[in-house]
Design a protein. Structure first.
Lengths: 300, 600
């Protein structure tokens, strides 16, 4: 029982990170119908900015302060938001309206660029990561909850509440939803599509930055290919919840994190990738629109 | 039969062999190159790259069958490559130490490729119901699962991989296989099956309406493609001497997809060139050390931005060299035909789009279906062609209940249609649009198409002649090679009719053929509809808003309003029917001009 609870806690913490990344995928897919494969690498970039900033600003020997961690996170958000903006401007916008497979290839190209660029600048080897202050684990009832896990869950709840607010209660959020339903009609109604799409990229990328820092703190290391698997998993989470659907991404992330943690906890951790994809395939075959997604029928 | 030993058997064998000349010619040449150059130590590195190119070509050309020709979105190709590679490698490592004619090697390749094809079938059968991005993710997921399974199976060497695998694949073997793959892909593409693949890519709904079983073709493309991926995997393992699961991640799949897209979707030569360029590019950039992959990725993005349709687009290198069309003869006799709809209804959620609809179409009859916008006219066509199954009632076509039949099966029964919002295969020529519709009339197997058998040659000629004739009747002879999307609007509508006729229908359903045409063209259309009926002996059901056309051409009219049949009869009767006038012009108008609801 305690073992199960332990896995649940770890699963929720991992799922919260997946959810944060998945939100970026799902929002971009919503407005552009594009799988932004580079998103996982923006997540990596967030962790990397965190590593550079903390190496410069904080003393290795001293315990990092909470204010320092906040500053580092903010910086990572700004950098990733900018990178997200530039990626959309330079690589995706010229291809808008061309076949989707082209945009996908471009996205893969951008993803490769970030990975190999990262390897060039950062070196291929993992480096230790310490942005958050060190605190002892909370132990009670046989369960040990890491400080990082608590911060992760707390941060995710705050950010998701904020995002919910933005998407459903602001003008920009309304515009985003309008574009996701029908871009050309939204444009006719006076919505500045370019602005909305740019905003979506900035928003999604800065969320990914936070996720990157949390993830790197959880498994305390950074390396240029760290975005690959979490990025893919987060995409799976977005599809699981219903791609294009904001609450769906949160739900999908959480479920995937839990499932993965349970499987690797009770069997072997080497199967966890296969399990994540099996769940995905199952959901796509049974309900392709995802748990909370909407179904579109083609008109003849 | 004299022909058994005489000329025709020889001729047939010769024709079969002749089509393989490029392959047989290539082997001695490859062998010579290998014998003279490959053994030189200075060229060892070059040949290693050349062999990698050969394997990449097999992968790209085979994936092109799915992603390019059939327009499906698979990014799990590396998984099938792994299946082929591992099955073959396990056999080779346990097989005889000496393999004089490499017969055992061939066997292992076939076993590996067969296993990959089976895997392709298992993956494709359920997931090809999905489209676009979803299919992409599922294939990616399957590819990853295959890798994880291999990684966790000690029999396959686990995470460390298999080594040493006997070195059985060399330059000659790899390149002979690459040439064969290209040839087979070209044969398939040029056949009726290839056009069926293309029609799935262009417009699935229209392809079904033309009698093509789109699901079956997607699965076929997928299985064939997986088979060749397996071949490539087997060759790769026997060339490198080792296999590791890390080399079959989705990154590998991406690279193959990039080759297909960069080459131009559906272009075999394009895929070949792109496979070569993308394999060699990182090698040439090796001098730049760590920066090379950065440059590679930038090049990928820039190429995509500069040439979004790929290097060659949908054309082939050999298209520039020669352009020859096959020709031949023949025509099908139409038998007695009938549509019999009894009290059919369809509901979408709470909305009843069509209720209690009954219609009988007799041979050579001209029936018009009219009614205000949203009356349910096109829905009736969708019911007749099996796009939607009826919620209630029965639809009998040619004496057969159509319950549970897919649109392509109904097309086979002899019902062809055009679409209100033109649904041509836009990126294909007018000629190909019509040829695709002849597909279900042919018997040629895929194997025959690849072998270039007697039947396939005769059928190709017959299809060509039939298509040319139809295009001529529709006044489109001069547009034969023009892409459908480039035709003017009126000609697109006529091309749709030609395409529908090519399926050899007994009932032709025309959905607003006059929409967007001017008065003169409408007059011509009226003539055309009559002449189609006389010439092909088909019954025609017409949806049309232009009353002059409807009244001028039809023998019987049905009027729908809000899904209900409010009137039917001769054109004369319909014109003065108060209910019809009310439906079109409103109750008030009907009362003012024709008295209170009752007029002559």
């Amino acid at each position: 029982m305690t073992e199960l609870l332990q896995h649940l806690v770890n699963g929720v913490s991992l799922g919260a990170i997946y959810a944060l990344i998945a939100l970026g995928y799902t929002m971009v897919y919503g407005v552009l119908k594009l799988i932004n494969f580079a998103h996982g690498d923006v997540f990596m970039l967030g962790a990397m900015v965190g590593w550079y900033a903390s190496a410069r600003w904080t003393n290795e020997a001293r315990d990092p302060s909470i204010a320092g961690a906040l500053a580092v996170t903010l910086l990572a958000m700004v950098v990733c938001g900018t990178v997200g903006f530039v990626i959309e401007r330079a690589a995706y916008r010229p291809l808008r309206g061309s076949p989707r497979i082209n945009s996908l290839i471009t996205a893969i190209g951008v993803s490769f660029f970030l990975e190999y660029g990262g390897q060039y600048l950062f070196g291929p080897n993992p480096r230790a990561f310490g942005v958050l202050p060190h605190r002892a684990n909370f132990i009670g009832g046989g369960i040990s909850v890491g400080y990082v896990d608590l911060v992760t869950i707390g941060t995710s709840i705050v950010l998701m509440a904020l995002l919910q607010r933005i998407v459903f209660h602001t003008r920009m959020g309304t515009a985003m939803r309008a574009v996701s339903w029908n871009p050309s009609v939204a444009a006719l109604m006076g919505v500045n599509i370019d602005l909305v799409i740019s905003f979506t990229f900035v928003l999604g990328s800065s969320l990914a930055a936070v996720a990157g820092i949390l993830y790197a703190s959880k498994y305390p290391s950074v390396h240029p290919l760290m975005g690959l698997m979490p990025g893919l998993k987060a995409f799976v989470a977005a599809v699981l919840g219903g791609i294009g659907n904001v609450p769906g991404a949160m739900l999908g992330g959480l479920l995937l994190g839990l499932a993965e943690q349970l499987v690797s906890g009770y069997t072997s951790s080497s199967w966890r990738d296969a399990v994540a994809f099996s769940i995905l395939i199952l959901i796509l075959l049974v309900k392709p629109s995802g748990l909370l997604g909407r179904t579109d029928a083609e008109k003849v | 039969m004299a022909g058994f030993f005489g000329g025709s058997a020889v001729k047939r064998a010769w024709r079969g062999l002749r089509s393989w000349i490029p392959f047989f010619a290539a082997i001695p040449f490859l062998y010579l190159v290998e014998a003279t150059l490959a053994s030189q130590p200075s060229l060892e590195y070059a040949f290693q790259n050349i062999n990698h190119i050969g394997i990449a070509i097999i992968l790209a050309v085979s994936l092109n069958l799915v992603n390019g020709l059939t327009g499906q979105f698979s990014i799990g190709h590396a998984g099938f490559m792994a299946v082929g590679g591992y099955v073959s490698a396990v056999m080779l490592m346990r097989g005889p130490a000496q393999d004089p004619y490499r017969l055992f090697f061939v066997l292992s390749i076939l076993a590996g490729a067969g296993a990959a094809a089976v895997a392709g079938w298992i993956v494709g059968k359920p997931s090809l119901r999905l489209r676009g991005d979803y299919l992409a993710i599922v294939t990616l997921g399957f590819g990853e699962i295959i890798r994880v399974i291999i990684e966790n199976t000690p029999f396959f060497g686990g995470a460390i991989g298999l080594s040493p695998i006997p070195h059985r694949a060399d330059f000659t073997w790899i390149w002979a296989t690459a040439v064969a793959t290209i040839l087979i892909a070209k044969r398939l593409r040029d056949s009726s099956h290839g056009r069926a693949f293309l029609s799935v890519r262009e417009d699935e709904v229209a392809a079904e309406a033309m009698g093509i079983d789109t699901t079956a073709y997607k699965v076929r493309a997928f299985v064939i493609s997986a088979f060749f991926a397996g071949v490539a995997g087997a060759l790769s393992g026997a060339f490198e001497g080792n296999l590791a699961p890390q080399s079959f991640t989705f990154v590998r799949s991406f690279e193959i997809v990039a080759m297909v897209v960069l080459g131009g979707m559906g272009s075999i030569t394009g895929a070949t060139i792109a496979a070569s360029v993308l394999t060699i590019l990182p090698e040439y950039l090796r001098a730049l050390a760590n920066l090379r992959m950065v440059i590679y990725s930038v090049a990928l993005v820039v190429l995509m931005l500069v040439r979004p349709r790929g290097l060659l687009g949908t054309t082939e290198l050999w298209d520039f060299v020669r352009r020859r069309r096959p020709r031949a003869k023949g025509k099908r006799e139409a038998t007695e035909a009938l549509i019999d709809v009894r009290r059919a209804s369809i509901r979408f959620g709470g909305l009843t789009a069509v209720s209690d609809f009954s219609l009988e179409v007799r041979p050579r009859e001209l029936v018009a279906l009219i009614g205000p916008n949203g009356a349910g006219k096109t829905t009736v066509f969708n019911l007749l062609t099996g796009v939607y199954p009826p919620s209630d009632g029965t639809i009998v076509i040619m004496g057969r209940d159509t319950r549970g039949l897919q649109p392509h099966a109904i097309a086979h029964l002899g019902v062809a249609r055009t679409f209100q919002n033109i649904r041509l295969f836009r990126e294909l020529s007018a000629f190909d649009n019509v040829r695709i519709a002849c597909h279900h009339l042919t018997r040629e197997s895929m194997g025959a198409a690849v072998r270039h058998g007697e039947l396939s040659v005769v059928e190709e000629r017959w299809i060509a002649e039939r298509s040319e004739e139809l295009l001529e009747i529709m006044g489109l002879s001069h547009r034969l090679e023009e892409l459908a999307k480039n035709l003017p609007y009126g000609e697109q509508r006529r091309l749709e009719i030609a395409r529908a006729l090519a399926t050899g229908p007994q009932v032709l359903l025309l959905d607003e053929p006059a929409a967007g045409t001017n008065t003169r063209e409408k007059g011509e259309l009226m003539q055309l509809i009559r002449s189609i009926r006389d010439r092909f002996g088909v019954a025609i059901v017409l949806i049309e808003h232009d009353m002059r056309l409807v009244m001028g051409v039809s023998e019987r009219i049905l009027v729908l309003d809000h899904g209900v049949t409010i009137a039917q009869g001769l054109p004369r009767e319909i014109q003065s029917n108060p209910k019809v006038i009310e439906a079109y012009l409103g109750e008030k108008y009907a009362k003012e001009h024709f008295g209170s609801g009752a007029a002559s």
